[in-house]
Each structure stands twice: as C-alpha cells, then as structure tokens.
Design a protein around this ligand. Structure first.
Ligand code: BGC
Length: 253
C-alpha cells in the first residue's frame, strides 16, 4: 500500500508518499522549515499544507518529536512547550481532514531502519539513536519496538544528554567534529551502561556525512550508520499506519 508519512522535527517538516512494502518514496519528497518557535497551530497548518501538496488520500502517519500517549504529547523539548498535553492527533486530523496515526519521530525512524535499513534481520537488543536538533531513541527487542524511550534526556555531567551531544550543539557552539564526537562517545557510553544493546544504529541528519565523525566514534557494541538517512522518519511514520491498519483487520481472539 502507499501511505503519506510526515516527519516533524525542530528544524524541518518532511513528508512523502511511501510504498510500505518496499520502503521506497513514490514521487517527490517535500521539506519545509518548521515555523519559528514551533507553536502547535503554526506547525499543524504546515503539516496540512504539505499533506495537501502530496495529494494522496487515506490515513496519514505523523512523527512528532516527543513521547506520546493516547494521541497526546507528554513532553516537548524542541518545539513550543504548549504542545504538552494537547490532543495533537485530533487537531491534525481536523486540520488535514484525514485519519491521523501519531508516532514518536525516533520510533518512526527506528521502525524504518529495522525493516528496510541497518537493522534489517537483527535480533537481540538494537538501539537506534537519531542525531539532529535533539537526540531521539528507539529501542527494539527481537525486532519489537519498546515505544517512547527518551534516552536523549539521560543526564551527562549534570545536563540533558542532547544538550551536550546533539549535532545542533556542535553547530551552535562552533565545536570541531573531534570535540563533538568526544561528547557523543561519552553520551553513548552512559546509555550503554544502562541498556547494554547488542547493536547501535546512528541516524538523523548527520548520518548523511558519516565520514566526518564515524571514524572517531568509539563504543563497546557494534555501531553502524543508518542507511535510510533523512527519509527514515517519513518511511517509519507511514509504516506505523500500515501496521495499525493490519492489526485492526486481523481476526480478534
Ligand atoms: C524528544 C524525543 C525526540 C528527539 C528527536 C527529543 O528532545 O524528547 O521525543 O525523539 O528529541 O527529535
């Protein structure tokens, strides 16, 4: 099936029509800037605009940068805090006129990598980290997602991990790649000591340029770069829709 996936980040909103059997984008990928400040009304209006530009009908999957429970955001670090507690699912459905299935953005990226990318066929405990404006995490146990892990907020040196080790911090502070990777290595080591994953996948915007940092990354478990790169969030949001629809049509016990 083909499904529209939308990936909402602190910097950009990306969307595309996804063939959920192959993970390929059908037609163009759209990227617009996240409205300054990230207020819900403005972001939702942009989501509606990009969905309108894609034109296909049917339910849409939307990846949002915060933990979700029953269609609401429970916390928000990289968009306006007024998202917290909002019935985002309902609001986006009203604005787009579509059924909306929400998923955490990093969970979406992880779903896509586990199915079509660097995690395909991997068993055991796999941790995907998305490195962008913030740091997102998606944890898989034998291919099953444990949703809403928020490892970007693990404390390192008394600070939120993402406030020390996200690529946006490197840019903001003008750090060299080597200085940033030192922070990243320390951050990964903290998570490793809590989770002991069998494999780590690094995704997000920086995974487009792995040569800049991967040779300096040191971690106990095998660590690889994501292969779907910036499309993972779009693809995974669409996959979430396909999964939800197929679980609805499965025979009930
Ligand atoms: C949020 C996560 C999100 C990550 C990447 C963090 O600040 O708390 O939910 O996955 O940023 O966008």
């Amino acid at each position: 099936m083909t499904v529209v996936g939308v990936d909402v980040g602190g910097t950009g909103i990306k969307a595309g029509l996804v063939d959920t059997d192959t993970g390929a984008l059908v037609g163009e990928r759209i990227r617009v800037l996240t409205p300054e400040g990230g207020a819900p009304e403005a972001v939702i209006a942009e989501i509606a605009r990009v969905v309108g530009m894609l034109g296909a009908d049917g339910p849409i999957g939307v990846g949002l940068p915060g933990p979700l429970s029953a269609g609401r955001l429970m916390m928000m670090a990289n968009l306006d805090p007024s998202w917290i507690g909002l019935f985002a699912q309902e609001m986006i459905a009203t604005a787009t006129g579509r059924e909306v299935i929400l998923v955490n953005d990093a969970d979406a990226a992880g779903l896509a990598e586990m199915r079509f990318g660097a995690g395909a066929g991997c068993h055991g405990v796999v941790l995907m980290l998305t490195l962008g404006t913030g740091i997102g995490s998606a944890l898989f146990v034998d291919g099953h997602l444990v949703p809403n892990t928020e490892f970007g907020h693990i404390e390192v040196r008394g600070k939120d991990g993402e406030d020390r080790a996200a690529p946006s911090v490197r840019e903001r502070k003008g750090l060299s790649w080597a200085a940033w990777v030192e922070r990243l290595n320390e951050y990964i080591d903290h998570i490793d000591k809590l989770v002991w994953p069998d494999r780590i996948i690094l995704g997000g915007g920086v995974s487009k340029n792995p040569e800049k940092f991967m040779p300096m990354v040191r971690a106990r478990p095998p660590i690889v770069t994501a292969t779907l790169q910036n499309n993972a969030g779009i693809v995974g949001s669409a996959l979430r829709v396909a999964e939800t629809l197929s679980s609805r049509s499965a025979p009930q016990p």
